[in-house]
Write a protein that binds this ligand. Structure first.
Ligand code: BG6
Length: 516
């Protein structure tokens, strides 16, 4: 690993041609965003389409149709999206004039979600737009609405003739935002309803963590390095810590969050996905089927302990602190709520690779620092040899994947500091994305939207994978019902004290992430 900017690429290293990912006009589809007036569309989706378009991955002429219940004209929608681009586009966008060539590709269509949903007018509108712009009848429907609308919209898309057969000349695909179900039962029902309209190849269940560059790099790191992959098992690893820490609170989503909690909001999807990527067996091929097969096996190998839940689950709820209000005073939150805003788990993956090396997972809101990382703590080296030299015990090696912010991979090992005396001191080898690759990292949504337009579902979750994750969460929730209510922790701290107890059975403690 090196962090020299000049050593970014060897000249003779073949690099994938951007053309491999460019979409030809005849293969492009109209992007239809349901929930187009919502936060996600303005903050992430439209900027992602814009950045892909500007970078030349999409043809010059594209069609994006925003669908929502508010009444507005194409021009209103274009003006709003122009403002959103100015604030949220990664590549920056200064003036209205510069925005125009892109936003002239946007259209708006009003649909009433609350009355009986009828998408025949949308079908007609799409055909008109496609005919006027000489576009193929390929369509990517993106559902960025409340989850209660997912199944009705998909059913109505089918009823309005908007979903083609898989062997038709044109394609139809549907991207579904999270949460995919609120629990195991609703996820099973949703999968069942969806499967009556769409084949598994037509449905793209999104988990934006899989689109993050640093998350995809776990594949490259593990399976592209002969010196690391052989170490990823219980023989060398003491334990793994996965942290998804946020400094923000519920940010205007009080009502949703109060019915959801940290376990379902982040562990069920993002954190378990990170666990799968670190723990899974190498897939036979880097393709959707093989990768997802291995992830499902990993999820199924997690054993729910019969122990007292206090020994492997810790839950917390933020109280006020550092000028921030406590969770119970947030708008939309029930003042008597017992919803957890922090959860920490000690999980056991009971297979030959991992039995005996626990996975610690924690996530929480209003913590001291923002950071997502996976820390692989290796076993302590034997000390006898050094002890005789009067040296302090060497620290165990540590490998950290820093997913965000300040994306990096760092390896800590022991070295002798210069001098006559023999001592041992931990030192770091750091690879920092920002230094080595002098280019901006694409946003996760750019990668995932492009993949969906190209029909590649490798970085999306399959039905059985979602169900396996919900099954695990259901078992954790069942155990946590035997626990006391979540412990209050001060906003701006590292969470409840109960979380430290999870380390009672092994050496170690939670890593303290650096504050930004
Ligand atoms: C979302 C959760 O899925 O992920 C949010 O609903 C959370 O509560 C967010 O804040 C974290 O995503 P990121 O990319 O900011 O780490």
């Amino acid at each position: 690993m090196t962090s020299h900017p000049t050593a970014a690429f060897r000249e003779d290293t073949p690099r994938p041609d951007r053309a491999d990912f460019q979409i030809a006009p005849e293969n492009m589809g109209t992007i239809v965003i349901f929930g187009a007036t919502g936060d996600l569309a303005g903050r992430k989706l439209i900027p992602a389409v814009y950045n892909l378009w500007e970078a030349g991955f999409l043809p010059n002429r594209i069609n994006v149709v925003g669908v929502a219940r508010r009444d507005k004209s194409d021009n209103d929608f274009r003006a709003e999206m122009c403002e959103a681009l100015k604030v949220h586009s990664r590549t920056g966008h200064g003036s209205d004039d510069a925005c125009q060539p892109f936003v002239s590709n946007l259209h708006y269509h009003r649909v009433n979600f609350s009355e009986s949903l009828d998408l025949s007018s949308l079908a007609q509108r799409l055909t008109e737009i496609e005919e006027k712009t000489g576009f193929p009848h390929n369509r990517l429907f993106y559902l960025a609405t409340g989850s209660e609308f997912f199944a009705p919209i998909i059913e109505e898309l089918g009823a309005a003739g908007l979903i083609c057969d898989e062997d038709a000349d044109n394609w139809s695909r549907v991207v579904v935002e999270k949460p995919f179900g609120q629990d195991l039962e609703s996820a099973l029902e949703l999968n069942d309803r969806v499967s009556r309209v769409l084949t598994e190849d037509q449905i793209f269940r999104i988990d934006h963590y899989l689109g993050k560059e640093t998350v995809q790099n776990i594949f490259a790191f593990r399976f592209g390095n002969a010196i690391f992959e052989p170490l990823f098992n219980q023989k060398y690893v003491d334990h793994v810590q996965i942290t998804v820490a946020e400094t923000l609170g519920v940010e205007g989503r009080g009502e949703f969050y109060d019915a959801t909690g940290a376990l379902r909001d982040v562990v069920q999807n993002h954190a378990l996905q990170l666990m799968c990527l670190v723990a899974m067996e190498p897939p036979v091929e880097f393709g959707a089927k093989d990768i997802r097969d291995e992830k499902v096996k990993t999820l199924r190998a997690v054993q729910i302990p019969r122990l007292d839940p206090e020994r492997w689950i810790a839950r917390g709820q933020y109280a006020e602190g550092g000028g921030a209000v406590g969770y119970l005073s947030e708008e939309g939150v029930n003042p008597d709520s017992q919803t957890e805003t922090y959860v920490a788990l000690r999980l056991a993956i009971d297979n030959w690779r991992w039995a005996g090396a626990p996975f610690f997972i924690r996530t929480g809101k209003r913590l001291k620092a923002r950071g997502t990382e996976i820390a692989i703590q290796f076993k302590q080296p034997p000390f006898q040899y050094f002890e005789k030299l009067g040296v302090t015990a060497p620290e165990a090696n540590l490998l950290v994947f820093r997913i965000q912010p300040d994306e990096a991979i760092s390896l800590t090992f022991n070295a002798k500091p210069p001098g006559m005396d023999f001592q041992i001191q931990p030192v770091n080898m750091d690879f920092r994305y920002g230094h080595t690759f002098s280019q901006d990292l694409p946003d996760a949504y750019e990668r995932l939207l492009l993949d969906a337009l190209r029909g590649d579902s490798t970085l999306f979750t399959r039905a059985d994978e979602i169900e396996a994750a919900w099954r695990l969460v259901a078992a954790i929730e069942e155990a946590s019902q035997r626990q006391a209510p979540p412990e209050l922790y001060r906003s701006g701290s590292w969470g409840p004290r109960a979380a430290e107890r999870l380390f009672d059975v092994c050496e170690g403690h939670w890593r303290e992430l650096e504050a930004e």
